[in-house]
Write a protein that binds this ligand. Structure first.
Ligand code: TPP
Ligand code: SF4
Ligand code: MG
Length: 285
Protein backbone atom coordinates (compact mmCIF):
# COMPACT_ATOMS: atom_id res chain seq x y z
CA UNK A 1 0.00 0.00 0.00
CA UNK A 2 1.35 3.48 -0.89
CA UNK A 3 1.14 5.90 2.00
CA UNK A 4 1.25 9.64 1.43
CA UNK A 5 1.45 12.56 3.79
CA UNK A 6 -1.98 13.89 4.74
CA UNK A 7 -1.71 17.68 4.79
CA UNK A 8 -3.22 19.76 7.58
CA UNK A 9 -6.15 22.03 6.87
CA UNK A 10 -5.14 25.72 6.74
CA UNK A 11 -5.45 27.87 9.87
CA UNK A 12 -5.91 31.18 8.05
CA UNK A 13 -8.56 33.69 9.19
CA UNK A 14 -12.04 33.09 7.78
CA UNK A 15 -12.25 34.91 4.44
CA UNK A 16 -8.46 35.14 3.84
CA UNK A 17 -7.68 35.28 0.13
CA UNK A 18 -5.01 32.58 0.53
CA UNK A 19 -7.78 29.92 0.71
CA UNK A 20 -8.63 30.73 -2.90
CA UNK A 21 -4.98 30.28 -3.92
CA UNK A 22 -4.71 26.91 -2.23
CA UNK A 23 -7.99 25.74 -3.79
CA UNK A 24 -6.91 26.86 -7.26
CA UNK A 25 -3.53 25.10 -6.89
CA UNK A 26 -5.21 21.86 -5.81
CA UNK A 27 -7.71 22.18 -8.69
CA UNK A 28 -4.86 22.72 -11.17
CA UNK A 29 -3.04 19.61 -9.84
CA UNK A 30 -6.28 17.61 -10.22
CA UNK A 31 -6.91 18.94 -13.72
CA UNK A 32 -3.35 18.06 -14.82
CA UNK A 33 -3.40 14.75 -12.91
CA UNK A 34 -0.27 15.72 -10.97
CA UNK A 35 0.18 13.31 -8.09
CA UNK A 36 1.79 14.00 -4.71
CA UNK A 37 5.15 12.44 -5.64
CA UNK A 38 5.37 14.47 -8.87
CA UNK A 39 5.36 17.94 -7.32
CA UNK A 40 7.31 19.91 -4.74
CA UNK A 41 5.86 23.00 -3.10
CA UNK A 42 8.39 25.34 -1.49
CA UNK A 43 7.30 28.28 0.61
CA UNK A 44 8.53 31.46 2.15
CA UNK A 45 7.60 32.80 5.58
CA UNK A 46 4.28 34.40 6.51
CA UNK A 47 0.62 33.39 6.29
CA UNK A 48 1.15 32.80 2.56
CA UNK A 49 4.11 30.58 3.33
CA UNK A 50 2.06 28.14 5.37
CA UNK A 51 0.29 27.04 2.17
CA UNK A 52 3.04 24.46 1.74
CA UNK A 53 1.74 22.61 4.85
CA UNK A 54 -1.67 22.26 3.26
CA UNK A 55 -0.84 20.49 0.00
CA UNK A 56 -0.03 16.82 -0.42
CA UNK A 57 3.32 17.06 -2.24
CA UNK A 58 7.01 17.17 -1.39
CA UNK A 59 7.55 20.32 0.64
CA UNK A 60 10.17 22.71 1.96
CA UNK A 61 9.75 25.75 4.17
CA UNK A 62 12.51 28.19 3.20
CA UNK A 63 13.98 31.07 5.17
CA UNK A 64 12.20 34.42 4.82
CA UNK A 65 12.71 35.65 1.23
CA UNK A 66 14.86 32.71 0.13
CA UNK A 67 12.31 30.47 -1.52
CA UNK A 68 13.42 31.14 -5.10
CA UNK A 69 17.07 30.02 -4.83
CA UNK A 70 15.90 26.89 -2.99
CA UNK A 71 13.31 26.17 -5.70
CA UNK A 72 15.87 26.75 -8.46
CA UNK A 73 18.17 24.21 -6.82
CA UNK A 74 15.37 21.65 -6.61
CA UNK A 75 14.50 22.08 -10.28
CA UNK A 76 18.15 21.70 -11.35
CA UNK A 77 18.53 18.60 -9.17
CA UNK A 78 15.35 16.97 -10.46
CA UNK A 79 13.89 18.59 -13.60
CA UNK A 80 11.11 15.97 -13.69
CA UNK A 81 9.45 17.47 -10.59
CA UNK A 82 6.83 20.18 -10.94
CA UNK A 83 8.41 22.83 -8.74
CA UNK A 84 6.03 25.38 -7.25
CA UNK A 85 7.33 28.22 -5.08
CA UNK A 86 4.79 30.20 -3.05
CA UNK A 87 5.01 33.19 -0.73
CA UNK A 88 3.70 36.60 0.18
CA UNK A 89 4.42 40.16 -0.97
CA UNK A 90 6.58 40.79 2.11
CA UNK A 91 8.55 37.67 1.33
CA UNK A 92 8.91 38.21 -2.44
CA UNK A 93 8.86 42.00 -2.92
CA UNK A 94 10.80 43.05 0.22
CA UNK A 95 13.42 40.76 1.77
CA UNK A 96 13.42 38.38 -1.23
CA UNK A 97 13.17 40.94 -4.05
CA UNK A 98 16.80 40.47 -5.14
CA UNK A 99 16.12 36.80 -5.74
CA UNK A 100 12.99 37.66 -7.73
CA UNK A 101 14.97 39.93 -10.07
CA UNK A 102 17.59 37.26 -10.65
CA UNK A 103 14.95 34.56 -11.14
CA UNK A 104 13.41 36.61 -13.96
CA UNK A 105 16.92 36.96 -15.41
CA UNK A 106 17.99 33.35 -14.81
CA UNK A 107 14.65 31.90 -15.96
CA UNK A 108 14.57 28.54 -14.10
CA UNK A 109 11.61 26.19 -14.69
CA UNK A 110 9.87 27.18 -11.48
CA UNK A 111 6.29 28.39 -11.00
CA UNK A 112 6.26 31.25 -8.48
CA UNK A 113 2.89 32.14 -6.96
CA UNK A 114 3.23 35.40 -5.04
CA UNK A 115 0.22 36.16 -2.84
CA UNK A 116 -0.08 39.92 -2.68
CA UNK A 117 -2.19 41.37 0.13
CA UNK A 118 -0.36 44.68 0.52
CA UNK A 119 0.68 43.87 4.07
CA UNK A 120 2.70 41.64 6.36
CA UNK A 121 -0.25 39.54 7.53
CA UNK A 122 1.45 37.10 9.88
CA UNK A 123 3.26 39.83 11.85
CA UNK A 124 0.02 41.79 12.20
CA UNK A 125 -0.23 44.33 9.45
CA UNK A 126 2.99 46.30 8.86
CA UNK A 127 3.32 47.99 5.48
CA UNK A 128 4.75 45.84 2.70
CA UNK A 129 6.18 47.22 -0.59
CA UNK A 130 2.70 46.95 -2.14
CA UNK A 131 0.92 48.75 0.72
CA UNK A 132 -1.47 51.27 -0.80
CA UNK A 133 -2.10 53.65 2.04
CA UNK A 134 -2.45 57.41 1.84
CA UNK A 135 -0.64 57.65 5.19
CA UNK A 136 2.69 56.66 3.62
CA UNK A 137 4.59 58.74 1.13
CA UNK A 138 6.15 55.80 -0.77
CA UNK A 139 4.93 54.61 -4.15
CA UNK A 140 3.49 51.11 -4.52
CA UNK A 141 5.84 48.58 -6.11
CA UNK A 142 4.29 46.77 -9.06
CA UNK A 143 5.73 43.28 -9.59
CA UNK A 144 4.35 43.03 -13.13
CA UNK A 145 6.16 46.21 -14.22
CA UNK A 146 9.28 44.88 -12.53
CA UNK A 147 9.12 41.55 -14.35
CA UNK A 148 8.42 43.13 -17.72
CA UNK A 149 11.47 45.38 -17.33
CA UNK A 150 13.89 42.46 -17.05
CA UNK A 151 15.12 40.96 -20.34
CA UNK A 152 14.78 37.20 -20.12
CA UNK A 153 11.51 37.18 -18.18
CA UNK A 154 9.27 34.70 -19.98
CA UNK A 155 5.88 34.37 -18.23
CA UNK A 156 4.13 37.10 -16.26
CA UNK A 157 0.54 36.88 -15.05
CA UNK A 158 -1.75 38.23 -12.37
CA UNK A 159 -4.78 36.52 -10.93
CA UNK A 160 -7.13 37.13 -8.06
CA UNK A 161 -8.38 34.86 -5.32
CA UNK A 162 -11.79 36.36 -6.09
CA UNK A 163 -11.68 34.87 -9.64
CA UNK A 164 -11.12 31.13 -9.04
CA UNK A 165 -11.76 29.90 -12.59
CA UNK A 166 -9.25 32.30 -14.12
CA UNK A 167 -6.77 31.62 -11.31
CA UNK A 168 -6.87 27.86 -11.92
CA UNK A 169 -6.37 28.46 -15.67
CA UNK A 170 -3.38 30.72 -14.99
CA UNK A 171 -1.77 28.14 -12.68
CA UNK A 172 -2.25 25.45 -15.36
CA UNK A 173 -0.71 27.76 -17.98
CA UNK A 174 2.22 28.50 -15.64
CA UNK A 175 2.91 24.80 -15.03
CA UNK A 176 2.68 24.10 -18.78
CA UNK A 177 5.24 26.89 -19.39
CA UNK A 178 7.77 25.34 -17.01
CA UNK A 179 7.05 21.82 -18.31
CA UNK A 180 7.83 22.94 -21.84
CA UNK A 181 11.29 24.04 -20.66
CA UNK A 182 10.48 27.70 -21.33
CA UNK A 183 11.45 28.87 -17.86
CA UNK A 184 10.24 30.92 -14.91
CA UNK A 185 6.48 31.41 -14.61
CA UNK A 186 5.59 34.33 -12.34
CA UNK A 187 2.01 34.59 -11.14
CA UNK A 188 1.07 37.35 -8.71
CA UNK A 189 -2.26 36.70 -7.02
CA UNK A 190 -4.28 39.49 -5.43
CA UNK A 191 -5.12 37.70 -2.21
CA UNK A 192 -6.56 40.06 0.40
CA UNK A 193 -5.78 39.93 4.12
CA UNK A 194 -9.25 40.47 5.56
CA UNK A 195 -7.90 41.00 9.08
CA UNK A 196 -5.21 43.68 8.59
CA UNK A 197 -5.75 45.14 5.12
CA UNK A 198 -9.08 44.19 3.57
CA UNK A 199 -8.55 45.26 -0.03
CA UNK A 200 -11.45 43.26 -1.50
CA UNK A 201 -13.64 46.37 -1.99
CA UNK A 202 -10.80 48.68 -3.10
CA UNK A 203 -9.40 46.21 -5.66
CA UNK A 204 -12.71 44.93 -7.04
CA UNK A 205 -13.41 47.83 -9.37
CA UNK A 206 -9.80 48.40 -10.45
CA UNK A 207 -8.91 45.13 -12.18
CA UNK A 208 -8.82 44.97 -15.95
CA UNK A 209 -8.66 41.44 -17.33
CA UNK A 210 -6.38 41.54 -20.39
CA UNK A 211 -7.55 38.02 -21.33
CA UNK A 212 -10.83 39.70 -22.30
CA UNK A 213 -9.34 42.55 -24.33
CA UNK A 214 -9.87 41.76 -28.02
CA UNK A 215 -6.69 43.39 -29.35
CA UNK A 216 -4.34 42.52 -26.47
CA UNK A 217 -1.24 40.58 -27.52
CA UNK A 218 0.51 38.79 -24.63
CA UNK A 219 3.51 37.96 -26.87
CA UNK A 220 4.45 41.64 -27.18
CA UNK A 221 6.61 42.94 -24.30
CA UNK A 222 6.45 46.58 -25.39
CA UNK A 223 2.68 46.43 -25.85
CA UNK A 224 2.25 44.70 -22.48
CA UNK A 225 4.34 47.43 -20.84
CA UNK A 226 2.23 50.14 -22.45
CA UNK A 227 -1.03 48.53 -21.30
CA UNK A 228 0.21 47.86 -17.75
CA UNK A 229 1.64 51.39 -17.37
CA UNK A 230 -1.44 53.00 -18.90
CA UNK A 231 -3.73 51.20 -16.45
CA UNK A 232 -1.51 52.08 -13.48
CA UNK A 233 -1.67 55.75 -14.48
CA UNK A 234 -5.48 55.46 -14.23
CA UNK A 235 -5.16 53.80 -10.78
CA UNK A 236 -6.18 50.43 -12.26
CA UNK A 237 -4.17 47.26 -12.86
CA UNK A 238 -3.98 44.43 -15.35
CA UNK A 239 -4.94 40.85 -14.53
CA UNK A 240 -4.72 37.75 -16.75
CA UNK A 241 -1.88 36.38 -18.86
CA UNK A 242 0.06 39.61 -19.34
CA UNK A 243 3.23 38.43 -21.07
CA UNK A 244 4.58 35.16 -22.41
CA UNK A 245 7.50 34.38 -24.67
CA UNK A 246 9.60 31.40 -25.63
CA UNK A 247 12.64 31.07 -23.42
CA UNK A 248 15.18 28.49 -22.44
CA UNK A 249 15.49 27.35 -18.86
CA UNK A 250 18.86 26.41 -17.32
CA UNK A 251 17.73 22.86 -16.51
CA UNK A 252 16.59 22.40 -20.13
CA UNK A 253 19.93 23.66 -21.44
CA UNK A 254 21.79 21.24 -19.17
CA UNK A 255 19.67 18.32 -20.34
CA UNK A 256 20.07 19.34 -23.99
CA UNK A 257 23.82 19.57 -23.42
CA UNK A 258 23.87 15.94 -22.27
CA UNK A 259 24.34 16.69 -18.55
CA UNK A 260 22.46 14.24 -16.35
CA UNK A 261 20.56 15.83 -13.47
CA UNK A 262 21.75 15.20 -9.94
CA UNK A 263 18.80 12.88 -9.25
CA UNK A 264 20.08 10.45 -11.91
CA UNK A 265 23.68 10.36 -10.68
CA UNK A 266 25.12 7.88 -8.24
CA UNK A 267 25.94 10.11 -5.29
CA UNK A 268 26.83 7.38 -2.80
CA UNK A 269 30.18 8.43 -1.25
CA UNK A 270 31.86 5.07 -2.02
CA UNK A 271 31.39 5.41 -5.77
CA UNK A 272 33.45 8.64 -5.79
CA UNK A 273 36.30 7.63 -3.49
CA UNK A 274 38.95 7.28 -6.20
CA UNK A 275 38.09 10.75 -7.65
CA UNK A 276 38.18 12.16 -4.13
CA UNK A 277 41.67 10.73 -3.51
CA UNK A 278 42.82 12.05 -6.90
CA UNK A 279 41.65 15.58 -6.04
CA UNK A 280 43.21 15.47 -2.57
CA UNK A 281 46.49 14.23 -4.03
CA UNK A 282 46.56 17.42 -6.14
CA UNK A 283 46.91 19.47 -2.94
CA UNK A 284 49.86 17.51 -1.60
CA UNK A 285 53.05 19.53 -1.31
C1 TPP B 1 14.61 36.94 8.63
C2 TPP B 1 13.24 37.20 9.13
N1 TPP B 1 12.83 38.46 9.34
C3 TPP B 1 11.59 38.71 9.78
C4 TPP B 1 10.72 37.67 10.01
C5 TPP B 1 9.35 37.99 10.55
N2 TPP B 1 8.29 37.77 9.59
C6 TPP B 1 7.54 36.64 9.61
S1 TPP B 1 6.33 36.67 8.46
C7 TPP B 1 6.81 38.20 7.93
C8 TPP B 1 6.08 38.94 6.84
C9 TPP B 1 5.28 38.07 5.95
O1 TPP B 1 4.55 38.86 5.04
P1 TPP B 1 4.13 38.29 3.64
O2 TPP B 1 5.27 37.63 3.00
O3 TPP B 1 3.49 39.40 2.87
O4 TPP B 1 3.07 37.14 3.98
P2 TPP B 1 1.56 37.27 4.55
O5 TPP B 1 1.68 36.94 6.00
O6 TPP B 1 1.08 38.67 4.30
O7 TPP B 1 0.79 36.24 3.79
C10 TPP B 1 7.89 38.67 8.64
C11 TPP B 1 8.53 39.99 8.43
C12 TPP B 1 11.17 36.36 9.78
N3 TPP B 1 10.36 35.30 9.93
N4 TPP B 1 12.42 36.14 9.33
S1 SF4 C 1 -3.72 37.61 9.06
FE1 SF4 C 1 -4.39 38.16 7.00
S2 SF4 C 1 -3.05 36.97 5.61
FE2 SF4 C 1 -2.93 36.04 7.65
S3 SF4 C 1 -4.47 34.41 7.66
FE3 SF4 C 1 -5.43 36.26 8.51
S4 SF4 C 1 -6.43 37.23 6.76
FE4 SF4 C 1 -4.93 35.78 5.94
MG1 MG D 1 1.53 39.87 2.62
Amino acid sequence: MTRTYEPNEPIWCAGCGHYGVRNALLAAFRQMQIESHQAMVLAGIGCAGTLQNNVSAYGYHALHGRVLPAATGVKLANPRLEVIAVGGDGDGYAIGCGHLIHSFKRNPGVVYILMNNGTYGLTKGQHSPTADDEGIAEQVLDGIQLGLSIPGSSFIARGSSASPVQLEALIVAAIEHTRAGLGFAFLEVLSPCVTYNDTYPAWAGRMVNVDELADYDSDNRVGAFATVNGLLAENRFATGLIFKQGGSSPERRRLDGGQAPLCDLDISPGSHLSEFHEIMAGYEV
